[in-house]
Design a protein around this ligand. Structure first.
Ligand code: IVH
Length: 630
């Protein structure tokens, strides 16, 4: 079709619809910080619009989404007119597009000379402009639509890595720096885990978390959020001179106390760019923050000026995107899994989809509260997200793509594994199977915990073996492990006589343990290693813990009412007391006693047992012992 061809009525309708869709998505993305689509889908719509407008240039109106960078600022913040427009970046998704980028640069500069690029991670957060006047932080503003943003000075000042005053000297009178505010991955996961536990709204991804935190009306809320910043460029500079290369300017900014990403480098040519893309790509998951690609920038400012910009983006920069961490797929089924403490986790079974290079076919929905809030139903189209080594999760339903009226998913009344009642205590987001160790799923998880390294440490007792032992009915409780015979073990899959014998020896030596390890191994809710050690040190033996009252338990340094309640309810169950009794009396699980002046006691040490004499005063300290046999 020739440029300027007249569109049909149908085409016009399609075009208007596309514009309206994009506007709606931009509103959800920028204003509500709750995107309806993964970025990759949005980019596809946007590209369709660009293609349309290229085909029918007469169509393009001033208010087309292609004519502006973002959306209008929200209410509640003062508007800031940027001293210099904040641009966006063109995207590339293939090596070929990177070579095309360089070819365009060569053509435009009318040269074949090697081009030097600053190469940088493309951070996934919220763009910010910060103006320093006389070295003092004057104002910080969001990008907004590129021309006008929101004044978020108070919030930005709460971020510890943003200097309120520049270091050193020689700063220009006015210096506008630009960068990205982001929430590091660990902080994001911890923040969402806490919100999820409290049944509060979680953020879809670190980018929304950063943008949402920055746009809090109350700076004390922002101050609680683990935000960080990397500066990646400059805007207006008045009354002072800066170096002629972008990479040198970044070094200067760093010397003035501004935080610059340590991964930034300088390379030559498109091939250098592609090498950088691959090397950062290989380390992407190990970085402590999320990136969605890399950015290539022509390093020389003189060349940048010569290249100039088109409406949305400079010709001298390119974002080369990584495979997306969010994708669309459909829900085939929703199952419920039972964990060690009986927690019931809804899991979505998905039509397999590649997310950031890995095929995902299951995703967690975390807990029943979150499943209901997200209202995920079988057949729904959903956004799945996979980042780093975190379990893939369902972010949200694309509600417009729901067809018909599939039934709501509800919490099963009975445990899918053992049929016991499922309980959901008031005010708790997590539902649990009430079957305890009657439930095979809980039994397996409890046994896996019991034999793990920091617990009784039975080497060779792997997860698959425990599944077999439980499924065959051979093992139900911890104490059954100590009644196993070499002949029985040798019959299990992938077990020979030799490994059975080794395992028997490991089981035997696990009988000699310590009180903290034994307490930890029991798998009482919220009794981790540290709490087990405190309990052991305080009470000195298991019997006083079994009979301790709520008050006595709370005398222990890190035991509060919740943990005390978990310990009491565990010990109150006759069945649990019987298992402990069986382990100690019948199977002779034992540990060195403390708090009794002992002439000689045995202590496990480096895989051996040492016999020491002295008075142990806690599980970490002895009065000067003398070793007299090994
Ligand atoms: S330069 C003139 N460098 O990506 C180019 N942007 O679509 C302006 N971003 O909103 C941006 N990391 O917030 C640049 N190293 C980096 C970046 C980066 C992330 C964001 C930026 C902007 C978006 C561009």
């Amino acid at each position: 079709m020739s440029p300027g061809a007249k569109p049909s009525a149908d085409t016009l309708r399609q075009y208007e619809q596309l514009k309206a869709d994009i506007e709606r998505h931009q509103y959800h993305y920028y204003v509500l910080s709750e995107p309806l689509l993964p970025d990759i889908e949005f980019d596809r719509l946007f590209q369709q619009l660009l293609d349309f407008e290229q085909q029918y240039p007469n169509l393009t109106s001033a208010e087309s989404p292609t004519q502006r960078v973002g959306v209008k600022p929200d209410d509640g913040f003062t508007e800031v007119v940027h001293l210099q427009r904040m641009l966006s970046l063109d995207n590339a998704f293939s090596d070929e597009q990177v070579h095309d980028f360089e070819r365009r640069i060569h053509d435009r500069l009318n040269t074949a000379a090697a081009i030097r690029y600053s190469v940088e991670p493309k951070l996934d957060g919220a763009a910010i402009s910060i103006v320093y006047e006389g070295g003092q932080l004057l104002r910080a503003a969001t990008r907004g639509d590129g021309q006008k943003g929101e004044d978020v000075t108070h919030n930005v000042k709460t971020i510890a890595s943003v200097p309120l005053r520049l270091l050193g000297d020689g700063h220009p009178d006015v210096l506008e720096v630009r960068g990205e505010i982001f929430m590091p991955s660990a902080g994001f996961e911890a923040f969402n885990a806490r919100a999820r536990e409290a049944g509060e709204k979680v953020f879809a991804n670190p980018r929304n978390a950063a943008a949402g935190s920055l746009r809090q009306l109350d700076p004390s809320v922002t101050a609680q959020r683990p935000l960080d910043i990397f500066i990646y460029g400059i805007g207006v500079v008045e009354g002072g001179a800066l170096p002629g290369f972008h990479s040198e300017v970044l070094q200067q900014l760093q010397a003035w106390g501004l935080k610059v990403c340590p991964e930034i480098d300088v390379v030559i040519g498109a091939d250098g760019c592609l090498d950088y893309y691959r090397s950062i790509g290989a380390r992407r998951e190990a970085l402590p923050y999320e990136i969605d690609g890399v950015v290539y920038k022509v390093d020389g400012y003189d060349l940048q000026r010569e290249l100039g910009q088109v409406s949305r983006a400079p010709r001298w920069a390119l974002a080369h995107k990584f495979p997306a961490q969010e994708q669309l797929t459909t829900v085939k089924a929703i199952d419920f899994q039972v964990g060690r403490t009986g927690a019931i986790t809804p899991v979505a079974r998905l039509a397999p989809v590649a997310v950031a290079g890995v095929v995902v076919s299951n995703a967690t929905l975390h807990n029943i509260g979150e499943l209901l809030r997200k209202d995920v139903r079988v057949g729904d189209t959903v956004i799945v997200r996979r980042a780093g080594d975190v379990i893939p999760e369902v972010v949200r339903v694309v509600i417009e793509r729901r067809s018909g009226n599939p039934p709501e998913v509800s919490l099963p009344e009975h445990c899918p594994v053992c049929g016991s009642d499922v309980v959901c205590p008031e005010g708790e987001a997590v539902a649990r199977c009430s079957g305890g160790l009657v439930c095979a799923a809980q039994r397996k998880q409890a046994l896996k915990h019991f034999v793990s390294r920091k617990a009784l440490d039975i080497e060779g007792m792997g997860s698959k073996l425990i599944d077999q032992l439980v499924d065959s009915g051979r093992v139900s409780h911890f104490s059954d492990l100590f009644a196993l015979t070499a002949a029985e073990l040798a019959q299990m899959d992938r077990m020979g006589e030799k490994s059975a014998k080794n395992l028997m020896a490991a089981i035997e030596s696990a009988k000699r343990t310590t009180l903290p390890k034994f307490l930890y191994a029991l798998g009482i809710r919220e009794v981790g290693e540290a709490t087990a050690l405190s309990l052991a040190n305080y009470f000195g033996d298991i019997e006083p813990i079994i009979s301790a009252s709520m008050d006595e338990l709370q005398e222990v340094s890190d035991v509060g009412p919740v943990v005390a309640e978990h310990i009491r309810s565990f010990m109150n169950q006759q069945h649990n007391r019987e298992v402990i009794n069986d382990l100690l009396r019948r199977h002779k699980i034992h540990w060195p006693k403390i708090d009794k002046p002992a002439a000689d006691i045995e202590l496990p040490f480096s895989g051996k047992t040492i016999v020491v004499t002295g008075t142990p005063v806690s599980y970490t300290h002895l009065t000067l012992p003398t070793i007299y046999s090994v």
